[in-house]
Each structure stands twice: as structure tokens, then as C-alpha cells.
Design a protein around this ligand. Structure first.
Ligand SMILES: *Cc1c(COP(=O)(O)O)cnc(C)c1O
Length: 238
């Protein structure tokens, strides 16, 4: 099985890199168990996702609700509706923008929403979770680079936004960011860590294939890795 072999190797390489990032000058600076690896399976063929599951990976990230419903719905059918019984501790994170008309599907499918980024979505999520009798953990996405085109709460809006989330009892466990491509990501990781500390939030979702080794010493508790685990994404699947 080609898929199985190279995925196993990629997983090993990434895990090795995580372990290395937890150590500086022979001293342990992070507990490796506190750094959780999210395999970003967006736009990957289903057999590679299956191979990743078979290699023991249990945390996955998807950036589009419809794509995720397709991939994970299909796997669910393969296992006769018992995917989570088959793969204990399977956890799906939404890491892309969430439209309010997709909230119902998102709350049904995902275990964690990492991209809470505006009041309208806060209300929609709170309502839907009540309806479905669920209480998903959520992250607030922060637009640390204050980029026009990027979603996320501006840093200066965070205090007020968090207050709103708490009023409607949305379970916010941490912060997430996607740094601007043209800037050193470490600055943004350090900034996100500072914001989380100031607001008493424990979890930090930061770092992707190219920079997770920088995010770990700066406090990342969830890293989101796609390419380095699965290889390049398919271009055709939308
Ligand atoms: C695609 C994606 C990733 C993974 O990116 P890679 O560079 O392939 O590791 C991480 N986070 C988000 C929000 C993404 O959309």
C-alpha cells in the first residue's frame, strides 16, 4: 500500500519535528503531549484520509463545511454509521470560515469550531447548539495582521467579543490565527500567545506545515498541518 507507507513516513517526520521543537539547548521547553497535531485533510482524496486514520491519527481539520460533509459522510457510510466507534477519539475541527447558513451542518459534523469571528456567527452557533443539545468547544479567530481580506476579530475587539461569547455561553477554549504571508509568523504567534494569556484562554491553534516548528516554542497547543502530512493537495476538487 503506497498511501499507507508514505503517510506513515510523513507522520513520523512531522512527529520528529514536533519533538525537536519541544527542546532547546537540550532542555525541554514544551511537553510534547501538550502539542496536538491536527491533520488538515481538506482537498485530499479519501483513500489518503483513510490511510491517515489507519496510521493512528485521530485529529483532523477541514476548512469547508461542504467538503467535510462529503469526505466524512462517505467514511461514515463506509463504516455503517459507526465511524467514531471504529476510530475512538476521532475529532474533527473546522478551521475555515463558517457561513451562518452552514451552521446546522457544521454543528452536526464537527467537534470543534476554530473560526468564530463575528457576533452574527456567535448567536447562530449558540442557537444551533441549543437545538442540537451540543456544546462544542470553540476558538476565536484573531486577525493578528489586521488584514482587510482576512477573517477574524481585530485584536482590539477581542475583550468585547469574548464577553459576548460568554453571555450566550459559547464555550471558548482558545485563540486561532493565520499570520500574513509576507510577515515573520513568529511575531504573530507571540502576539496571539500574549492575547490568550491576557484573556485567561488556554488553547492556541497556530502553525502550519511551514512554521509549526516556530509556533511550538511560542505556545501552540494545536498545530494545523496539511501538506507536510498528506503531500500536495488536489487542484481539481473544489
Ligand atoms: C490549509 C490550512 C492549513 C494547512 O496548511 P499546510 O500549509 O498545508 O500545512 C492550516 N490552517 C488553515 C486555516 C488552513 O486553511
Amino acid at each position: 500500500m503506497k498511501n499507507m507507507n508514505d503517510i506513515q513516513q510523513n507522520l513520523k517526520n512531522v512527529r520528529g519535528k514536533i519533538e525537536k521543537a519541544c527542546v532547546r539547548n537540550k532542555e525541554i521547553i514544551r511537553d510534547v503531549n501538550e502539542v496536538k497535531l491536527i491533520a488538515v485533510s481538506k482537498k485530499q482524496p479519501i483513500d489518503r484520509v483513510q490511510a491517515m486514520l489507519d496510521c493512528g491519527q485521530r485529529l483532523f481539520g477541514e476548512n469547508r463545511v461542504q467538503d467535510a460533509v462529503k469526505t466524512w459522510g462517505s467514511l461514515e457510510r463506509d463504516f455503517g454509521g459507526n465511524l467514531k466507534a471504529q476510530y475512538n477519539d476521532l475529532e474533527l475541527h473546522l478551521i475555515g470560515p463558517l457561513q451562518t447558513n452552514k451552521v446546522q451542518d457544521a454543528v452536526q459534523l464537527f467537534d470543534v469550531i476554530q473560526t468564530v469571528d463575528r457576533p452574527k456567527l456567535v448567536y447562530a452557533l449558540a442557537d444551533e447548539m441549543k437545538k442540537q443539545n451540543k456544546n462544542l468547544s470553540c476558538f476565536i479567530q484573531v486577525n493578528t495582521g489586521e488584514e482587510e481580506q482576512k477573517s477574524g476579530i481585530l485584536p482590539q475587539e477581542l475583550t468585547e467579543f469574548l464577553k459576548l461569547c460568554r453571555e450566550v455561553e459559547l464555550k471558548i477554549i482558545g485563540l486561532m490565527c493565520i499570520p500574513p504571508v509576507a510577515e515573520p509568523s513568529a511575531l504573530h504567534f507571540a502576539f496571539l500567545k500574549k492575547l490568550a494569556d491576557e484573556h485567561g484562554l488556554k488553547e492556541l491553534s497556530m502553525g502550519m506545515s511551514d512554521d509549526f516548528d516556530k509556533a511550538i516554542p511560542l505556545g501552540a497547543s494545536y498545530i494545523r498541518v496539511g501538506t507536510a502530512l498528506f503531500g500536495r493537495r488536489e487542484v481539481l476538487k473544489t
